[in-house]
Design a protein around this ligand. Structure first.
Ligand code: AMP
Ligand code: MG
Length: 832
């Protein structure tokens, strides 16, 4: 052996060797030669080293026994496929007062400054990324890993310190936990990050660092540099190149703290980093005041940003006729311009007087049939003038309509009518859905046409207090329910009047406009198409059903109607484009109900028309925000709240998410629906108290969103398994529940897949009961009575069992793509 060591170490070895030698002799054993004794000593030492190394490794492997999910900080740009190293540096100073307060708050809790700062850093990163379990790399001097103690160099090793808390962990407890973690980590520092990562066999990605991408350090600046006649100040060079996504180096001096943050400039903007440094300062301030609050409730958004996000971005108060109902608005126009064109259908025009009188007569008829008390009335009428007249008549009779689509299966329509507890059904006989429950009057507007025509053409007198008030329900509309049956959303007249008044201003509709209505009334946006024109003295052209589903026919209808405005889902706009549609200057396109892609937006804008992205759940009355989309590279956003509406992005604990941070979009204001009809449980779950005290209630949309620095809201996806297919809102759970009802099915799952880009489809996964025959055909038939066409999976996959994830839940990612469809003779339909 060739030993290099300093005198002190040599002394230790010689002493130990001497003791070892003496011990081996003293135990009455045969004397060893000094050489043998030395060899035995060296072997023992090597074994001890190996055992120590193993213990250190075991410590670190133990730290990561449960896997850490990669943390997604809310970056300004998406990660590229390959790692990049472009960097920048931002600095922030924490003044002496706060620095001292932080230090003493730490001391009060038995923590060093480093522990306090690291604990706050962990809390901030966790809150920004929405996680409660994260890893921070803390650099240590790595010389201890090298045997040659004379080595001089920047031998930094990183200790991956894992932090975590739960919803009720107080910041004080978090501080203590971090303190212990740090001590333990230092005690086990003789192991490199590389070794830990290798031993953990973590899955590697070409664009990410394994285990952790953030680094934190505290260093003490030696006393000020002095040189005679010079004032010396130390300023860091901004980094041009970085290895971690983010590295916060905190420099402690008598003047306070300076934080130098190196960051990956492909991911983050300097303004984002500046904001985060301010959040850190706010969090430190909060910590000096009170550490008994839970980590997840520690304030970290500065007051000015909070005010801007909560108030300035939602400054939407606007006057509107709060005490009027939609039919009142229409009556006013009928009185003002009775001979103006109100409705067009199949080339025929109807004036305001005609429409109003027909609706009045039908309303009289409804009273004659069911009495004047307010009630809900189903409307099951094929697209036509009668359809619009029927809806309006229900309102004029002081009732709320329950819109139904004759294309939906009879079973589903019957359930909706029963759940809505309707007093009557207005129908044109296009679908025979009898029998209905006793006490439900079926009013066939075709067969009873003569009687209806003989009724007085004046609006019937209100049938009781409140019947004609603005608080009364305007409609109850059914939308897919995750637990198996559709739920009815009840919207008030006031909410709808607010929407129409808001829309009349932005995007805007004037009396000279014509809007082409294409949407089924089972979809709430139809209310805008049918009643916005009539509430501003404009006219509405109603597209026939066949026109609304065929691009070429729709294009022809658009031309024939000379419409200046049309509203549709992205799917319908795409269908129109495929049929050769090109917009023109002055034409307004409202696109909503589903994400609008930049590519579709650009194509729609090509011809020079204007385009608006409309966003809103049924629960907040058709649309809650909108944004004019102009040709640019900017992401398509849902823009700003409409009049008397507030949008808030809240984290999962209901705390405000600051700019750029993803959370769940919550909507408040006059559009918030009354709730789910006779479903108080569901209503309580989805409609919550407004923590900001502005709106009576907020609706939790389930949409994942973030506020961009300019204030607009960007949507990023869903928190649950609600999907949109061709504009239809679908709860996968509802389809699964329907499939599960089939006797031959042991387990089922449904996915919306897009294995072929641009061709999304529903795929059903079924596990059959042993011995049961392949249930596919019977299954189709049994669900076809409950689910509308668009909810029926187009492909089925038979599995022996559903894939289950580590936490025992269905692993949706693990469901296989369906293979190529097998052409089967009996399902071949010859072209017609
Ligand atoms: P619905 O109740 O049918 O109007 O569906 C509401 C849901 O559709 C929202 O919660 C969103 O998930 C989605 N949605 C509506 N409009 C848009 C839009 N403009 N962009 C993206 N998603 C939208
Ligand atoms: Mg909507």
């Amino acid at each position: 052996h060739h030993i290099v060591c300093d005198g002190w170490s040599l002394n230790v070895v010689i002493n130990e060797l001497g003791e070892f030698y003496a011990a081996s002799r003293g135990a009455g054993q045969p004397a060893l030669s000094p050489v043998l004794a030395f060899t035995a000593y060296a072997e023992g030492q090597a074994r001890r080293d190996a055992a120590e190394r193993e213990a250190v490794e075991a410590y670190w492997l133990g730290q990561f026994a449960s896997p850490v999910q990669p943390m997604e900080l809310p970056s300004d740009r998406a990660r590229l496929a390959q790692r990049t190293y472009a960097g920048g540096t931002r600095c922030h100073r924490i003044d002496k007062t706060l620095y001292r307060a932080v230090k003493s708050a730490g001391a009060r809790n038995g923590c060093t400054l480093f522990v306090v700062l690291l604990a706050a850093f962990e809390a901030l990163m966790g809150r920004l990324a929405g996680v409660e379990d994260l890893v921070v790399a803390v650099p240590t001097a790595g010389q201890s890993l090298v045997e040659d103690r004379r080595l001089v160099g920047h031998c930094v090793n990183f200790l991956p310190i894992r932090g975590g808390w739960s919803a009720d962990t107080s910041f004080a407890d978090h501080l203590r936990a971090v303190g212990k973690q740090v001590l333990d980590a230092y005690e086990h520092q003789e192991c490199t990050l590389g070794t830990i990562v290798r031993k953990l066999a973590l899955p590697r990605q070409p664009n990410r660092l394994p285990l952790t991408e953030i680094q934190f350090n505290l260093e003490r600046l030696a006393d000020k540099l002095h040189a005679a006649g010079l004032d010396i100040e130390v300023t860091p060079n901004p980094k041009g190149c970085v290895n971690f996504d983010m590295f916060w180096n905190v420099i402690e001096s008598d003047d306070g703290l300076r934080i130098d943050c190196d960051y990956n400039s492909d991911l983050f903007d300097p303004s984002t980093i500046d904001r985060w440094l301010r959040y850190y300062e706010t969090l430190l301030e909060a910590m000096t005041v009170d550490v008994s609050r839970p980590v997840i409730r520690m304030p970290y958004v500065p007051a000015d940003e909070q005010n801007w996000v909560i108030e300035a971005c939602n400054a939407t108060a606007a006057a509107y006729p709060r005490d009027m109902r939609v039919p009142d608005l229409i009556n006013a126009w009928a009185a003002r311009q009775p001979d103006a064109r109100a409705v067009m259908f199949r080339g025929e025009a109807f004036t305001y007087r005609e429409i109003n009188e027909r609706a009045n007569r039908l309303a009289q008829h409804v009273h004659a049939r069911i009495g004047a008390a307010p009630a809900r009335v189903g409307v099951l009428v094929e697209r036509s003038v009668d359809m619009l007249v029927a809806l309006l008549a229900v309102w004029k009779a002081g009732c709320a309509y329950v819109p139904l689509d004759p294309l939906h299966p009879a079973g589903r329509i019957r359930t909706s009518l029963a759940d809505a507890d309707v007093a009557a059904l207005l129908t044109d006989g296009s679908l025979n859905i009898a029998p209905l429950g006793a006490g439900v009057a079926i009013i066939d507007i075709v067969r009873e046409r003569d009687t209806i025509g003989s009724r007085p053409a004046v609006q019937p007198a209100p049938g009781g207090p409140g019947a004609l008030g603005a608080d009364a329900a305007a409609y109850v509309i059914f939308t897919s329910g995750s637990t198996g049956s559709p739920k009815g959303v009840e919207v008030s007249q006031r909410s709808l009047v607010n929407l129409l008044c808001a829309m009349a201003k932005t995007p805007g509709l004037r009396a000279s406009d014509t809007l082409l209505a294409v949407t089924t009334i089972a979809f709430d946006i139809a209310a805008l198409e049918l009643f916005l024109p009539l509430s501003v003295g404009a006219s509405v052209a109603i597209a026939e059903r066949e026109d609304a589903v065929d691009g070429f026919k729709l294009l022809a209808a658009l031309k024939a109607s000379a419409a200046s405005v049309m509203q549709a889902t992205p799917t319908t706009w795409r269908m129109l484009l495929e049929a050769g549609f090109r917009s023109w200057p002055g034409f307004r396109m409202l696109c909503g109900g589903e994400a609008l892609s930049r590519e579709l937006a650009d194509r729609l804008l090509e011809g020079g028309g204007s385009l608006w992205n409309m966003y809103g759940p049924t629960e907040t009355t058709v649309w809650s925000s909108c944004s004019e989309i102009i040709p640019s590279d900017a992401p398509v956003t849902i823009g700003w709240p409409i009049a008397n509406t507030q949008l808030h992005v809240l984290d999962r604990y209901g705390e405000l998410a600051p700019i750029g941070v993803t959370g769940e979009l919550h909507i408040g204001g006059d559009g918030v629906a009354n709730g789910y009809f006779r479903r108080d449980d569901l209503t309580a779950e989805k409609f919550i108290a407004d923590p900001f005290g502005v709106s009576p209630r907020l609706y939790r949309t389930g949409d994942v969103a973030r506020r961009l620095p300019g204030g607009e809201i960007q949507l990023l996806g869903r928190l649950d398994s609600q999907v949109k297919l061709r504009g239809f809102r679908i709860e996968l759970g509802e389809i699964e529940a329907a499939v599960m009802q089939h006797a031959g099915v042991a387990a089922a799952a449904v996915l919306l897949r897009e294995d072929v880009p641009g061709k999304p489809m529903l795929v059903g996964y079924v596990v059959e009961r042993p011995g049961a025959p392949r249930p596919e055909e019977a299954l189709r038939a049994s669900i076809a009575d409950q689910l509308p066409d668009y909810m029926i999976p187009s492909r089925w996959v038979h599995l022996a069992g559903l894939p289950i994830s580590a936490n025992g839940k269905l692993d949706r990612e693990g469901l296989p793509a369906p293979g190529e469809p097998t052409p089967s003779a009996d399902r071949f339909l010859p072209p017609e």
